[in-house]
Ligand binder design. Structure first.
Ligand code: HEC
Length: 458
């Protein structure tokens, strides 16, 4: 009996195997339902994100603001795969992740030629077993993308969708909103003299934008445009005479701050550049890229000095030590690393253990004692910078985009994909204030019951 059973079983397995080898993946039955559940809420309707619509085969194949997202036959050349695998940022779907089996299925469908066998019947998300397996809140865009503290700690600037919000600290009162930005403000920084706030972003696939604001009265000094895609990183040279921007367009630009003109293009990276920083001495400019490398440049001449390799996936963020010629980087490889920079080369001094998910930001506290990291899984961690030991874990409900410790080294500001901004005490991780609150998932789901992929309580 046992033999018969195992024979039947193995015959069944062989049939299943043969079927999975021969039957091509069906767009209608297998791919469209994944997109409907996890993507259409943002990539559908009248104003799809990044001009990509995933709701019909034709629109999906036409691509988005950055061109075609699918190259039939080549999953590795398809940017859609890079986005869902987190090799391009922000990882799709924003605020969630596809299951490995779903990614594998989309990969196989593309390698089989990305063909269509007809459109799927509209999906009723409430009936799909996978409904809301990602946490989409319609109308809530990735908002708290960037943070900056003024040097005296009296102002916290938050870069959000099309706006910068300035909060007076420690009261947490909204002082003013600086508006008119083209899209999400992805990088913000106070000038070394504290008089100017630079806010950079731009429209995906269109170009970069920098707005320079007068901190004293909130008036706009200047709007600068440049780059062929949106800006992800901004840094003032410590003397305030120049600043640098880096972009999805793979380049780094150096700007003359007084003239407001771009004066040099640094073009060595092979992929999008997500982070940059000048070291405190003003000697080095370091840039980190989707090409997994860190490039180090002479901050005075713009000359390229050397490349630092070690991360095995894209570098998502890069920050400088408050006093030393040292940087901290984090990566989609789930580690953070510390590097010492010398004129002739750099040393990797520390590599963290691999974390459960992609790291999105890594910063030093202003006293240099701690490294703070944030992750796609909502975790913020405090590490002892002197030995790399994990000191504290601050759990959040949603993916975190940005973290930054205040100048007094008392609290850490945490900005989420969902647009929330909270403050937690560095000493014990306790939440001390909520500067921007977003509706809870349950409330968002209740207010938008008919939207595909609406949130499920998790
Ligand atoms: C919560 C909203 C949201 C969800 C859900 C979402 N996206 Fe996106 N998507 C965005 C935003 C915002 C951008 C622009 C990001 C940027 O460039 O900074 C984007 C950009 C993209 C791009 C780049 C398009 C271009 O040409 O610039 C691709 C490809 C993409 N998404 C695929 C997907 C896929 C596939 C899914 C589902 C698995 C998905 N997205 C789910 C919001 C979302």
């Amino acid at each position: 009996m046992r033999i018969v059973l195992s024979l039947v079983l193995s015959a069944f397995c062989m049939v299943a195997l043969a079927q999975s080898k021969s039957a091509p993946v069906s767009y209608r039955k297998q791919i469209a339902p994944i997109l409907a559940t996890s993507c259409n809420a943002c990539h559908g309707g009248a104003t799809p994100q990044s001009r990509l619509t995933t709701a019909t085969y034709a629109a999906l194949m036409a691509g988005g603001a950055r061109g075609k997202a699918i190259v039939p036959g080549s999953p590795d050349k398809s940017s859609l795969i890079a986005y869902i695998e987190g090799r391009k940022q922000p990882r799709m779907p924003i605020g969630g992740a596809l299951k490995p089996a779903e990614i594998a299925l989309i990969r196989r469908w593309i390698s089989e030629g990305a063909k269509t066998d007809g459109e799927a019947a509209p999906v009723d998300p409430s009936k799909s077993p996978d409904a809301g397996s990602i946490r989409v809140r319609p109308d809530i865009l990735p908002q708290a993308a960037s943070l900056a503290w003024s040097k005296d700690g009296k102002l916290l600037a938050v870069g959000t969708y099309r706006e910068v919000k300035l909060f007076e600290m420690p009261t947490g009162k909204l002082q003013r909103t600086l508006s008119g930005h083209a899209d999400v403000v992805r990088a913000i920084a106070f000038s070394p003299d504290g008089a100017t706030l630079a806010a950079a972003g731009g429209v995906p696939g269109v170009g970069g934008e920098i707005r320079l604001w007068n901190v004293a009265d909130g008036t706009l000094k200047k709007t600068l445009t440049g780059h062929a895609d949106c800006i992800y990183g901004f840094g003032w040279r410590p003397d305030g005479k120049q600043f640098a921007t880096c972009s999805y367009d793979k380049t780094v630009k150096i700007w003359d701050a007084a003239k407001g003109e771009s004066i040099a293009d640094l073009k060595d990276h092979a992929d999008a550049v997500y982070g940059l920083a000048y070291t405190a001495s003003g000697k080095y400019l370091a840039t980190g890229s989707g090409d997994r490398s860190i490039r180090v440049w002479d901050a005075q001449t713009g000359k390229r000095l050397y490349t630092l390799a070690g991360h095995t996936e894209m570098v998502t963020s890069l920050a400088a030590h408050p006093t030393a010629d040292q940087i901290v980087t984090c990566s989609a490889d789930k580690t953070w690393r510390v590097w010492n920079l010398r004129p002739d080369g750099g040393d990797a001094v520390r590599t963290s253990p691999a974390q459960p998910d992609v790291l999105t930001d890594a910063r030093y506290s202003p006293d240099g004692k701690w490294v703070i990291t944030s992750s796609n899984d909502g975790t913020v961690k405090v590490w002892d910078a002197s030995n790399g030991n994990e000191v504290r874990k601050i759990a959040n409900p949603d993916a975190i985009l940005a973290v930054l410790v205040d100048p007094a080294n008392q609290s850490v500001a945490i900005g989420g994909y969902d647009g929330s901004v909270i403050l937690c005490k560095l000493a014990d991780g306790a939440k001390s204030a909520a500067l921007i609150s977003v509706p809870s998932r349950a409330a968002a789901a209740a207010s938008a019951p008919n939207t595909a992929g609406a949130a499920r309580n998790k």
